[in-house]
Design a protein around this ligand. Structure first.
Ligand SMILES: [Cu+2]
Length: 347
């Protein structure tokens, strides 16, 4: 129970202060861990709540709450916990609380949304099953599509003594930058257990780093074992993703001070704050410079739609200058937050 209270506290704190980045449900199907890894200094809290309504006349509702808490430490590595209260793993102590401690290392490929392949390994320990588990995840992203596959091994699947393997696969189709549809299946090897299936409608909450999914499926838990064992019941519910950037707390300790912005003569300045380019249209003469100043507490980029070279990731307090020599209309956006858009018009 203490663990659940902690989760609720984090949930409230995280909701109160808002946060950043990680559009994880735009790139991940409901019952797959994927290759997504929390960035350094980011604590990710994902809350899943599914329901099953038994047939009448009772219409009893059974709840399946589950959450993921993971902290990124850099080098494409994070550590975390999956926890759920309605495990289907038989336990000698009679508890149905399942916890799985895991590490995930993205050994190949870029952050979610990057085109091409990404590969991650997830070693884990399932405390209820007393099982050493592991998952190899592969994502492939191209344009609006992400395809995922997972191969899993468990030393004590569902607390049984014989090791088993399971496989999973899924697809995410991004209909717009804000809306995606996803589906997945997963199953133990062999005919004796029910497969997992899941479908979801995923949305980015505009102007925020949060994503929200409406889900239906047969999984009850988001652990490696839980994503391998389905049920005959259909469960409906949601997932809400909350990235909590520890950097947001730094002004409490270090103030917001940035060295005074030095702007070349004749240059235009675009400030970035609260997930917006403050001046979304800038008009300059050919040969002039635009300076972007990140006054936000989150990282952003200036990424052009065309061939113009953009910025690297701008840390809070960072700046990026670019000189425009040729007349034209230069559309740009922020890569981690595609809803952030701007344009430079050069005459
Ligand atoms: Cu951004």
């Amino acid at each position: 129970m203490r663990r659940v209270s902690l989760a609720l506290l984090l949930f409230v704190v995280a909701s109160a202060i808002g946060s950043l980045s990680a559009q994880s449900l735009m790139y991940r199907a409901p019952d797959l861990g994927g290759t997504w890894v929390s960035e350094a200094g980011v604590v990710q809290f994902n809350f899943v709540h599914r329901f099953h309504v038994f047939p009448g006349p009772a219409n009893a509702v059974v709840n399946y709450p589950a959450f993921t808490l993971a902290a990124g430490v850099g080098h494409n590595l994070d550590f975390g916990l999956h926890f759920g209260t309605k495990s289907r793993i038989p336990s000698s102590g009679g508890s149905s609380n399942e916890s799985e401690w895991f590490a995930r290392w993205r050994v190949f490929g870029g952050p979610e949304g990057r085109e091409g392949f990404a590969v991650a390994v997830t070693p884990a320990y399932n405390k209820l099953a007393k099982s050493v588990d592991g998952e190899l995840g592969i994502d492939w992203t191209r344009g609006p599509l992400t395809l995922s596959a997972a191969a899993r091994g468990m030393t004590k699947p569902l607390a049984a003594s014989r090791a088993r393997a399971s496989f999973g696969g899924g697809v995410v189709a991004r209909v717009t930058p804000y809306v995606a549809l996803s589906a997945d299946v997963g199953s133990f090897v062999g005919p004796t257990t029910l497969a997992v299936w899941g479908v979801a409608l995923n949305v980015v909450i505009p102007g925020s780093p949060h994503t929200f999914a409406f889900e239906a499926g047969s999984a009850s838990l988001n652990t490696i074992q839980g994503n391998s064992l389905g049920s005959n019941d259909v469960r409906y519910g949601f997932e809400f993703t909350i990235p909590l950037h520890l950097k947001r707390f730094s002004p409490w300790f270090h103030g917001t001070g940035r060295a005074k912005l030095v702007v070349p003569e004749g240059a235009a300045v675009v400030r970035i704050a609260q997930y917006k380019f403050a001046t979304d249209t800038v008009r300059i003469a050919a040969g002039a410079t635009v300076v972007w100043a990140n006054d936000d507490v989150a990282e952003h980029t200036v990424t052009f739609e065309g061939t113009e070279p953009g910025s690297p990731t701008l840390a809070p307090g960072g700046t990026f200058s670019h000189r425009f020599d040729r007349p034209g209309t230069y559309l740009y956006h922020c890569t981690p937050h595609p809803f952030m858009k701007g344009v430079v018009i050069v005459r």
